[in-house]
Design a protein around this ligand. Sequence first.
Ligand code: DGL
Length: 210
Amino acid sequence: MNRLDPIGVIDSGVGGLTVLKWLQEKMPHERFIFIGDTARTPYGNRSREEIQGFVGEMTAWLNRRNIKQLVVACNTITVLGTEVIKNGYDFSVIGMKKGAHMVEGVTRNKKVGFLATDFTVASGAHKKEIQEMDPEIQVFGQGCPKFVPLIEGEQFGSPELAAAIKEYTDKLKEYDVDTVMLSCTHYPFVEKEIREAFGPGVTILDPAER
Ligand code: DGL
């Protein structure tokens, strides 16, 4: 492995571009190979076995291109676990942060929500990490299965996207959350709309930013 080797970046689709952009800004001298699996997106409603199979194909391809490191720019893939993703390869694996370090000191009423794929919510990983940090924080995960197909289809400004945003944000509002994490790398594409739907009393955090 050579320090000039590229860094692989994977996602189920265009969401990973939000992370790639950030990586390129922070590390302008690195070379990146990005795979967005737009042929098979979304991953968030698939089984663990299926997602693992797709990830195995991407990592085998990237390994043949001698990546020194893999950045998993996808929360859904990240919750499979680092060792599963690494699959014995030499490169190191970095996944998406679950955001506990970000909510600390931000939530005042200790009610935190996160928007994610159904797979990510069902894994319980985000809730676990936040409550390990502070057991008093109540964590509410909201699956948003309509978001990724609408974002991949570039349906920005459409009534369907507006209705989906209303549906999912209304559900989290019922729990009186004051802090919400965007725990899917696709969602920053509609961050402004999500922010507006919650209003000024709710802090929106994007774990991809730190
Ligand atoms: N970008 C993804 C994530 O961060 C996955 C979306 C999907 O394919 O459902 O979870």
